[in-house]
Design a protein around this ligand. Sequence first.
Ligand code: AMP
Length: 419
Amino acid sequence: MITSVKGMRDLLPPDTRVWNRLEETARNVFSLYGYDEIRTPVLEPTELFVRSVGEASDIVHKEMYAFTDRGGRDVSLRPENTAGVARAYVEHQMPQAGGVKKLYYVGPQYRYERPQKGRYREFRQIGAEVLGAADPATDAELLVMLFDLFTRLGFTGLSVSLNSVGSEESRPAYVEALRAYLAAHEGTMGEDDRRRLRDNPLRVLDTKDPALAAALAGAPRVLDHLDPESKAHHEELLALLDAAGIPYRVEPRLVRGLDYYTRTVFEVTAQGLGAQDALLGGGRYDRLVSDLGGPRTPGIGFAIGEDRLVDVLPEPFRRAAIEGFAPVAVVAIDPADRAAALALAGELRSAGVAVDLDPAGKGPGHALKNAAKRGCRTAVLVGEKERQSGVVVVKDLVERSQREVPIGDLPRTLKGETP
Ligand code: AMP
């Protein structure tokens, strides 16, 4: 038996109904805010992630599916999608077209991490990016959109953790202060944290080591080292979120694991996810586009971990998605009735009724049991008598009741509009 690659999973029905409805809801919400979809390749030049996500990040350092293709190109499966969006933005001269670009994406990402619940090597993200807008009002509206989506999914009680990591100009002074503070703890650090301290001390704030995390309580805070513009940006954002009623918590130690963030960074965690409790992350990246060879262009975005979101979706949303899929079973009572059943199925589909035509021909009892298992809630039986009379039997498979309906009235009856 051949099984799927470690850390990669099949998404099966009926769960795929939930995934589809979730993506549909996200697309609808994004459209309401004027976002357009972008689809970028799964495979990108490795250099793209080295220059954007950063050489010293865990992702580029040890989690990329990087290889040389048959033409000798160094390529990687994308570990995230913001870099690809920024690359496309520059490559297709979108900055020159002027104005603000609002883009969203839905798709698989790849990281060679140690698989566990909520952490996979192939996982999916739903994300949105705004390019060309530096104003804190952009940050605020992005978060308003996120909460709009979560509200429509049925979530209550979520709150966003928020911080500012300052500008590229103010960062070095903070990094030095942090490095000086951390130097005293270097002796007790594990190998990973020592590497982070050497390459990018900000990363140490993300440490998984509880003793070091406790020692970080006294570390200098990036919020105390902001340049005046970043500080004003942060305060204006908080004021706008207050005004919009978006629940947030300022989290001075939140820095996020990717190199390209400037100013605003945020994360939403959810209970019920276990150790991997980050539902989404995002932030501002005012340097990314210019790092990729484009003109200096501010940007901000987020990425929702779709696999994790599906795991904590409120039950009513999940149930509606699963039960919303309920094709009508059309069952031929006898092999001689197959042509009539096929024709009836065609008529119903033309009228917009989803039909699951029983293919088995093993008799109505067998067919009805199977239809219920496949998610049908109603069945229409077609036999010799029905063909003669033009009246068919409609069975409610859940309530186990039945009634007779003239064939002409079927579409309306099945769509819930009783004639
Ligand atoms: P990041 O791109 O690292 O900021 O991640 C954004 C979101 O993607 C996280 O908050 C997670 O929900 C999700 N995510 C990241 N890595 C994984 C993974 N290996 N498996 C599943 N979800 C992930």
